[in-house]
Design a protein around this ligand. Structure first.
Ligand SMILES: Nc1ncnc2c1ncn2[C@@H]1O[C@H](COP(=O)(O)OP(=O)(O)OP(=O)(O)O)[C@@H](O)[C@H]1O
Length: 668
C-alpha cells in the first residue's frame, strides 16, 4: 500500500479541536491514556494467545517502553501487545466507536471549562496525545502478521491522517509524539517517571525507561543526564487489586478508578476485598460520582472488567452484576473460572452466579454505608437501620466519629452529601432493582428516596415516612406525575393536605413501573392516591363518613345523569371525599394502569391499553352544585368537568377544540 490520506470521522475532528483547547490545563493525562492503551493491547495479546501461543513470536514478556529524544523532540510509548493491522489503524484511529458519542457531542457547550469536564467523563483515549503533540506517528504490526505488513499512521490532528505500509520486525505498537514547544517538560526522565508513578503505577505490566546517568560536560560546560542503554522498570508492575489493602493509598485507588473508567471525577466510594470460600475471587468495586451519557440505555454494558488469575478476559462483563447496578465500575479477578471462558459460558457458570450475588451484596452495603453517613449528618431524620447481611470490611468505611478538626468536619460534610449525589445520578437506575432483584428487594427499598408533600428534594426514605405516619394511618401514600409541580398541585392530594398526611411525590419515569413491584414496605402497604376509591380508614371520623354517605345519596340522581353524559369517557362517576378545593379528579381502578403511565407508553410509541378513568366529583363544589340547577348546560358542564380533571393531571382532552368551544360558550 502506498501512502493514502484519509479524513477523520466528523466527530473525531471536532473532538480533536476540543482536546487541544480544553484539556490544556491537565496536559499530563495523555501519558496515562497512552500507557493504558498499551497495557490493553498487551492484555488482548495475552488473551488471544491462550488459543494461539505462536502470537508471542520470540517475545513472550509483555512490556511497555517509554523513551524520549531531546534532539528530535519526540516522546514514544512502545508496547509489544497485539498491534494494529492497516485496516484496524484506519478504523480505530480515525473514528470513535464508543456508544453515546453523538449524545456527548450535542452536550458540548463551547464553554471550555465545562467542556473539559465533559471530555474527561467521556474519555479521550488516544486522541489525548494531541494535547502535547502537533504530530503523532503510530507504527505498528499486528501479532501474527508478517513483518512487511506493518503500518505507519500519521497525523497533525487537524482534518486528515495518512496511512502507509512499512516493514516492522517487532510486533506491537509505537506511538511517537512530536512534542509542541510548550510541552518540552516531557523530554525529561525525572518528570516522566513522576507522571507514570502518579497515574500508571497500578498497571500490571512493567513500564520500562532507559536508565540515565549524570555526565559532566567538557571544558566546564555543565553536565547533563545521558541514557545508559539499560532499561529499568519505573512502576511497581503489580495489578493494584492484587495488593493488600494496606499497601494501597487512597490516591492510588482513585487514580486506578480514573484509569479504568476514564472518569474525571473521583468515585464516591469503593470496596476492595478478597472473597474466599467455595468460590474465590477478588473484587474491587467503585461507585462513580457521575452517570455516563448512555446509562439510560438498558443495553448499556456493565462496567466490570473480568480477570481470571490476573489475566484480562473481558471488559463490560455484564454477567457479573445485575443490570440495575450497571453504573458500578471495577474489577473482578476470579481464581476459579477457566481462562477460555466466553460471554455465553459466563451466563451459565455457577461461580459467576456466586460472584454476582456477592458483588451485588457488596454494592448494596456500600450504598447503605453512604446512606448511613447522610443520615448521621442529619440527626432530625429518622435513623436508618443498617441491613444485617454480614458483609463488613468496606475499605472506605470510617466510623462516624465526632469531628475533631475543621478538616474532619469538611470530610464529614462531604461524606454526608455523597448519598444525595449518588441518588441524583443513579437513583432511577437503582429503582429498576425492585423489579429485577427480588432477593434484595427490601434492601433496595430502604435505599430509595423520594420527594414528598413535606420535602421538595428527594430525601425522604420509606423508613422516614413510616416514622412520621399519623396515628391510625394504615398505608404509605404516594402519587405519580410527570413533574413535581403537577404532583404537588394534584387535586387528589387535597384531603391529605387538609388532614396533614404526608404523601410521597414520584416523578421519575420508572416510578410507576418499579413501584408496582413494591406493594408493601416493612409491613405497611403502599397505596397510590390516584388509584381506587380513597379509603382513609381510621383517619376519617364517623361524622365525616356519615356526611359523605348522605351527600352521595342526595347526589345520586345527578350522578346517574353524569354517567350517561360521560359514558364514552369515564368508566364510572362517583362522589368523593378526597377533594377539598377542586370540583373533580380522575382516578383509575385499584389495579389498573395509571393514566400517566398509559400516556407515557403512547408517547414512546408503545401499545397501551385504553384506560377509561373514573371521574370523582366533589359534591360540595359550586361548579358541581351548578349541575343540579343548570339543565340547559348539563352536558357541556359535565364534559368540561371531565376535561379539566384530565388537564389538571397533565393530560390533554381528546377533542381540545370542543373543550375550548364549551368553555367559551359558558364565558360569554
Ligand atoms: N497501543 C495500541 N495497540 C493496539 N491498539 C491500540 C493501541 N492504542 C489504541 N489502539 C486501538 O485504538 C482504539 C482507540 O483507542 P482510544 O484510546 O481512542 O479508545 P479506547 O481505548 O477504545 O477507548 P477508551 O480509551 O475510552 O477505553 C482502541 O480501542 C484500540 O483498538
Amino acid at each position: 500500500m502506498s501512502k493514502n490520506t484519509h479524513s477523520f470521522q466528523a466527530e473525531v475532528a471536532q473532538l480533536l479541536h476540543l482536546v487541544t483547547h480544553s484539556l490544556y490545563s491537565n496536559k499530563e493525562i495523555f501519558l496515562r491514556e497512552l500507557i493504558s492503551n498499551a497495557s490493553d493491547a498487551c492484555d488482548k495479546l495475552r488473551f488471544e494467545a491462550l488459543d494461539n501461543a505462536a502470537l508471542y513470536e520470540d517475545a513472550p514478556n509483555l512490556e511497555v517502553r517509554v523513551a524520549f529524544d531531546k534532539k528530535a523532540r519526540t516522546l514514544s510509548i512502545t508496547d509489544n501487545g497485539i498491534g494494529l493491522s492497516q485496516q484496524e489503524a484506519i478504523d480505530h484511529l480515525g473514528t470513535i466507536a464508543k456508544s453515546g458519542t453523538r449524545e456527548f457531542m450535542s452536550r458540548l457547550s463551547g464553554d471550555q471549562k465545562a467542556d473539559a469536564q465533559l471530555i474527561g467523563q467521556f474519555g479521550v483515549g488516544f486522541y489525548s496525545g494531541f494535547i502535547v503533540a502537533d504530530r503523532i506517528v503510530v507504527e505498528s504490526r499486528r501479532a501474527g502478521l508478517p513483518a512487511d505488513q506493518g503500518v505507519r499512521w500519521s497525523s497533525t490532528g487537524t482534518g486528515d491522517f495518512e496511512v502507509e505500509t512499512i516493514t516492522r520486525e517487532k510486533r506491537g505498537t509505537s506511538v511517537i509524539l512530536h512534542l509542541r514547544e510548550d510541552a518540552e517538560e516531557f523530554l525529561n526522565g525525572w518528570k516522566l517517571k513522576q507522571v507514570i508513578s502518579k497515574y500508571s503505577d497500578h498497571i500490571s505490566l512493567p513500564i520500562l525507561m532507559e536508565k540515565e546517568e549524570w555526565k559532566e560536560g567538557e571544558d566546564d560546560k555543565g553536565g547533563e543526564m545521558v541514557a545508559t542503554g539499560e532499561w529499568e522498570p519505573v512502576n511497581k508492575a503489580s495489578a493494584l487489586w492484587t495488593r493488600a489493602k494496606k499497601d494501597v493509598t487512597e490516591e492510588q485507588y482513585v487514580e486506578f478508578y480514573k484509569s479504568i473508567s476514564h472518569d474525571y471525577e473521583a468515585p464516591l466510594a469503593w470496596s476492595h476485598n478478597r472473597v474466599e470460600g467455595s468460590t474465590e475471587y477478588t473484587q474491587l468495586l467503585y461507585i462513580p460520582a457521575k452517570a455516563p451519557m448512555d446509562l439510560w440505555n438498558r443495553d448499556h454494558k456493565g462496567g466490570l472488567k473480568l480477570y481470571v488469575k490476573r489475566v484480562f478476559i473481558m471488559d463490560e462483563a455484564e454477567a457479573l452484576l445485575p443490570s440495575y447496578l450497571r453504573f458500578v465500575k471495577g474489577v473482578i479477578d476470579s481464581a476459579d473460572l477457566p481462562l477460555n471462558v466466553s460471554r455465553e459460558l459466563l451466563q451459565e457458570s455457577r461461580d459467576v452466579k456466586a460472584i454476582r450475588e456477592g458483588s451485588t451484596k457488596r454494592v448494596l452495603s456500600m450504598l447503605e454505608d453512604l446512606a448511613k453517613k447522610a443520615t448521621a449528618a442529619a440527626p432530625a431524620a429518622a435513623p436508618e437501620t443498617p441491613a444485617a447481611d454480614g458483609v463488613t470490611d468496606v475499605v472506605d468505611k470510617k466510623e462516624a466519629e465526632p469531628a475533631a478538626s475543621d478538616a474532619d468536619a469538611a470530610k464529614a460534610s462531604e461524606d454526608a452529601g455523597k448519598y444525595a449525589k449518588f441518588y441524583a445520578e443513579f437513583g432511577s437506575v437503582l429503582k429498576e432493582g425492585l423489579g429485577e432483584d427480588f432477593a434484595n428487594r427490601d434492601r433496595i427499598a430502604k435505599l430509595l428516596r423520594f420527594a414528598s408533600t413535606t420535602s421538595d428534594a428527594a430525601t425522604v426514605s420509606l423508613a422516614d415516612y413510616k416514622a412520621r405516619m399519623k396515628d391510625g394511618q394504615e398505608a404509605i401514600y404516594y402519587i405519580t406525575a410527570d413533574t413535581l409541580a403537577a404532583a404537588k398541585n394534584s387535586p387528589q392530594l387535597e384531603v391529605f393536605k387538609k388532614k396533614g398526611i404526608e404523601v410521597l411525590l414520584m416523578t421519575d419515569r420508572v416510578d410507576e413501573w418499579a413501584l408496582s413491584y413494591l406493594t408493601e414496605f416493612d409491613g405497611t402497604p403502599l397505596q397510590s392516591v390516584a388509584k381506587g376509591a380513597v379509603d382513609l380508614g381510621k383517619l376519617q371520623d364517623e361524622t365525616e363518613k356519615k356526611a359523605a354517605e348522605e351527600a352521595a345519596e342526595a347526589f345520586k340522581p345527578v350522578l346517574e345523569k353524569l354517567k350517561a353524559s360521560l359514558k364514552d369517557k369515564a368508566e364510572d362517576v362517583r362522589v368523593t371525599t378526597r377533594l377539598v378545593d377542586s370540583p373533580a379528579c380522575l382516578v383509575v381502578q385499584e389495579h389498573g394502569m395509571s393514566t400517566q403511565l398509559a400516556r407515557m407508553l403512547k408517547q414512546a410509541g408503545q401499545k397501551a391499553p385504553e384506560v377509561k378513568p373514573v371521574l370523582e366529583v366533589n359534591a360540595e363544589h359550586p361548579l358541581v352544585k351548578k349541575l343540579e340547577r343548570d339543565e340547559a348546560h348539563f352536558d357541556d358542564l359535565a364534559n368540561i368537568l371531565f376535561d379539566q380533571a384530565l388537564l389538571a393531571e397533565g393530560g390533554l382532552p381528546e377533542d381540545p377544540a370542543a373543550y375550548v368551544r364549551r368553555v367559551n360558550a359558558l364565558l360569554v
